[in-house]
Write a protein that binds this ligand. Structure first.
Ligand code: ADP
Ligand code: MG
Length: 286
């Protein structure tokens, strides 16, 4: 399923009555089956943008179309949106609230129209997908689980509705390298199976390795978007350069300062490796 955003703006009113413009005239298109990363400094509007995409806030102005349908139109069926778009917010482990793991994962299926047996089967599938033994955890309290397990239960709750669009807000922050890799592999598989993925992250390596397109927000404005490699290459050219660079890009810059200018554009570690190999091969021939 595709998402089209047109001239989207959103402001918050803060306690003193002050207005904060969180999003300013943002337009973009996310194609069905894409894997899109959203990056930008804290406070630039990333969470606000995905809350709007998920229909949890209404825009001040502008429109959001999911598969061509305006999700803020009066006639739009909000229940269908809940089944179409799955969102996992920051620190999802604090959002578990049901008395058992099974009930927690089943919560989003309330309005799905599935029979109780189908709901159980779906919950079993979602928990198994996230690496749990259903019979072992179904009656456990989510609060008794470890941090990593809680996060996996939260993801199970999001995928239980089999949404066609999955949105993750900083899903790998706080995970250890193993948990991070596991999560990214899992999301990558969901994407290969056809799910549209949108992932907010501060992890440049994860964005560079896994996403196909990037949206870059700065103080509520969309300042760049496009194929991931192209966006990273452009961000490197920016004067302040602070928005986002991969470690491989930094190393390439350091090498260039030492007069080892690599011929091909380096964004990921793999690029760096092949560029160095090329350089070595060239050196051997000379
Ligand atoms: N509930 C809220 N009330 C008032 N201001 C908010 C609220 N949520 C976010 N903001 C403000 O809106 C801006 C964008 O926030 P947010 O979308 O959370 O950014 P990000 O996720 O990129 O860190 C920030 O200036 C933030 O302080
Ligand atoms: Mg945020």
């Amino acid at each position: 399923m595709s998402i089209k955003i047109e001239n989207l703006s959103y402001s918050y009113r803060q306690h003193a009555g002050e207005k904060v413009d969180a999003l300013k005239n943002v337009s973009c298109f996310i194609a069905a089956g894409d894997f899109v990363g959203i990056m930008g400094h804290t406070g630039c509007g990333k969470t606000t943008l995905i809350q709007l995409m998920a229909g949890l806030r209404s825009p001040i102005s502008g429109r959001i179309y999911i598969n061509g349908e305006d999700i803020n139109a009066k006639s739009y069926d909000r229940n269908s949106l809940r089944q179409t778009v799955g969102v996992m917010f920051q620190d999802p482990e604090y959002q578990l609230f049901a008395t058992t793991v099974e009930k927690d994962v089943a919560f989003g299926l309330k309005y799905s129209g599935l029979s109780p047996q189908e709901v159980t089967a779906r919950v079993q599938w979602a928990l198994a997908t996230m690496g749990f033994d259903f019979e072992k955890v179904r009656f456990q309290s989510p609060l008794a689980l470890s941090g990593g397990e809680k996060r996996r239960v939260a993801i199970a709750g999001v995928i239980a509705t089999k949404p066609q669009i999955l949105i993750f807000d900083e899903p790998i922050a706080g995970l250890d390298p193993y948990g991070r890799e596991n999560f990214l592999q899992f999301v990558s598989q969901m994407n290969k199976a056809g799910t549209t993925i949108i992932m907010v992250s501060h992890n440049m390596e994860a964005l560079a390795e896994y996403t196909k397109h990037l949206l870059v927000l700065d103080k509520g404005r969309l300042i760049d978007s496009g194929p991931t490699r192209e966006v990273f290459a452009r961000l490197k050219q920016r004067k302040n350069g602070s928005l986002g660079q991969t470690e491989a890009q930094r190393i390439a810059t350091l090498l260039a300062e030492k007069d080892l200018v690599l011929s091909s554009a380096v964004v990921t570690y793999d690029d760096l490796l092949s560029a160095l190999k090329q350089e070595l091969a060239g050196g051997a021939l000379r």
